[in-house]
Design a protein around this ligand. Structure first.
Ligand code: SF4
Length: 397
């Protein structure tokens, strides 16, 4: 049999992109070659995202387009990994019959074995059967598999001097529109010593800027040697690493923006003056239906506090427009919030119901598509204009 040559296509968030790099290292450690272009590969892996329907549609269409290549090369193995695998489960094989490997995000450490099985023509599925409960154990296996794996490739992304470190996985917030708690399992923070060791190792390999990643990164909470650690402790600990120049963390949940964490922007000079803290809406009624756990006023208070502690900090947000029940007044409240806060940038998304989420089960998707598009364009134009007025792209990005 030919040596295993793998190509990985990644969709979705930064955590997925980091997982792709880590998966590549696990595969290399198992003797596989990771190639840069799909035609060189005999195993095509798709690391997927379920957060938006549009991303799922792209995955199905990209895999569907491989029919001709698979017919010409019967030994070609196609793997669908990550959130969509967990979200759709075995149904994936009906929707995308070309798929040979189905692997949930928490079971990526098993990929070398799954690839070997698929290449031998055997069944290759690894899902978390108990979903949320299984997630924590499965991610522990992934961390263990990655422990000690050479991570030099991370230094190539996003630049030779920058590296990402996942400090927590999963989420317990249950925002009603979001699939993450189901597909990525319960919130689980990595032990502080393991994170700090990884930071030292990456800096030893040449990284000068580190970004901590987590779905709600500021909910980081761990206990080690009888001491409790939050994200402020972890940031302060990492900042002591000699030769590390800059440190940042994404994504922060407004509810968990504590005074202790806000203070790191003032007290830890290595922390970059940048905060990504999604508001999602400016309407308290919509925020309540989204189960976000704060009001627009509380959001603004947290922004104001951070700006007092670090004047000039660039604050970015995400917004969802057209959430079920969002009235014209609710949308205007979002526009007003964006005007008042003056974000350095924002991602604006049109709501689409995700199967299995509370919002999809509880609420009717009642904002017409044309109205969603109108709200999306209007808010996007506003945030772009404000960002431009503030010299558009912040210098740290
Ligand atoms: S905080 Fe909300 S939106 Fe973010 S991952 Fe958790 S459930 Fe999803």
């Amino acid at each position: 049999m030919d040596p295993t040559r793998v190509h990985i296509t990644t969709y979705g968030c930064q955590m997925n992109r980091l997982d792709a790099d880590l998966v590549a290292e696990v595969l290399r450690a198992s003797g596989a070659e990771v190639v840069a272009a799909p035609p060189q590969a005999n195993v095509l892996l798709f690391l997927t995202c379920s957060v938006r329907g549009h991303a799922e549609d792209r995955v199905f269409s990209n895999i569907g387009a491989l029919g001709g290549r698979k017919r010409r090369r019967p030994g070609l193995v196609i793997g669908l990994l990550g959130c969509m695998a967990q979200q759709f489960g075995e149904e994936i094989r009906r929707r995308a019959p070309l798929v040979d490997i189905v692997c949930a995000p928490g079971r990526l450490a098993e990929l070398p074995d799954l690839i070997a099985r698929a290449r031998a023509g055997a069944e290759a599925t690894a899902l978390d059967p108990r979903r949320r409960q299984a997630g924590a154990e499965a991610f522990a296996a992934l961390d263990e598999a990655l422990d000690g794996v050479e991570v030099r490739r991370l230094l190539g992304r996003p630049s030779a001097r920058e590296a990402y470190v996942t400090v927590m996985r999963g989420c317990d917030n249950f925002c009603t529109y979001c699939v993450v708690p189901n597909v990525r399992g319960p919130e689980r923070s990595r032990p502080p010593h393991s994170v700090l060791e990884e930071v030292r190792r990456l800096v030893g390999q040449g990284a000068r800027r580190i970004t901590f990643l987590g779905q709600a990164v500021n909910q980081y909470a761990a206990e080690e040697d009888g001491r409790r650690w939050d994200l402020a402790d972890l940031v302060a600990g990492a900042a002591e690493t000699p030769d590390l120049a800059r440190l940042s963390f994404i994504t922060s949940h407004p509810r968990a923006m504590t005074e202790r964490l806000a203070a790191v922007f003032r007290d830890v000079p290595k922390v970059v003056p940048y905060l990504h803290m999604p508001a999602q809406s400016g309407s308290d009624a919509v925020l309540a239906r989204m189960n976000r756990g704060y009001t627009a006023g509380e959001y603004e208070q947290r922004v104001a506090r951070v700006r007092t502690l670090r004047p000039g900090i660039a604050i970015e947000s995400d917004f969802i427009v057209g959430f079920p029940g969002e009235t014209a007044e609710d949308f205007e409240a979002t526009v007003d919030l964006a005007r008042r806060v003056r974000f350095a940038g924002a991602f604006v998304f049109k709501y689409s119901p995700r199967p299995g989420t509370p919002a999809a089960e509880r609420y009717r998707d009642d904002v017409p598509a044309a109205e969603k598009r109108r709200r999306h364009s209007r808010l996007l134009a506003l945030v772009k204009e404000i960002a431009r007025e503030q010299r558009s792209v912040p210098s740290h990005l």
